[in-house]
Unconditional design. Structure first.
Length: 158
């Protein structure tokens, strides 16, 4: 290959450079920033989760407390605080943060809750509203939504 044809080949490859997969399979920018870092780390994730859980818990389209199902969940302050902690850990661990998720599997924790696709969609809309409130950019929102969306088959009808 001549020097100029090498340069042309490089110019075609450059647009692919900004994204790369690390060994855990999570998406990183070429500058090494994980989604976790781009979201603003644990403090920012905690703030979004806090707003999101409050929003979803008050959303009749989600029926977060699972009223009328065999798995009714009392939204006591202790239960809500625990759920927020676990969800924060889950999101941090799945976006490239150093945390380890030590909660139950998505399938076992939501078993018997009879969650429908429509309820899952309503929950996703609540998450979008919280991400908008915290001005999370569209690209990071899309990446997080794809991670959250990947849990659907374990949660809906679990
Ligand atoms: C409509 C959809 C959903 C509803 C109604 C729902 C409801 C709940 C409820 C009531 C609990 C508390 C259960 C307990 O402590 O016994 C819970 C726990 C949890 N949920 Fe969901 N959930 C939904 C979707 C999701 C999604 C999409 C995720 C992840 C992205 C998620 C992650 C978690 C986590 C991490 C816990 C805590 C697990 C633990 O304590 O070990 N949930 N969920």
């Amino acid at each position: 290959m001549t020097r100029s044809s090498k340069l042309i080949a490089l110019a075609f490859l450059l647009p692919l450079a900004p994204l790369a997969c690390d060994s855990s399979g999570s998406m990183k920018m070429a500058d090494g920033k994980s989604l976790y870092d781009r979201l603003g780390g644990e403090k920012a994730v905690t703030a979004v989760v806090d707003d999101f859980v409050n929003r979803a818990a008050g959303d009749p389209m989600v029926n977060f407390t699972r009223k009328g199902t065999p798995a009714e969940w009392p939204a006591t302050p202790e239960n809500v605080a625990h759920l927020k902690k676990m969800l924060t850990e889950f999101i941090c661990a799945n976006t490239g943060g150093p945390q380890k998720y030590e909660g139950r599997s998505m399938k076992s924790v939501h078993r018997g809750m009879q969650i429908t696709d429509a309820e899952f969609n309503a929950l996703a809309a609540d998450l979008t509203a919280s991400l908008n409130k915290f001005k999370v950019p569209a690209k990071e929102q899309a990446e997080l939504m794809s991670i959250v969306g990947s849990t659907r088959s374990q949660i809906v009808g679990a």
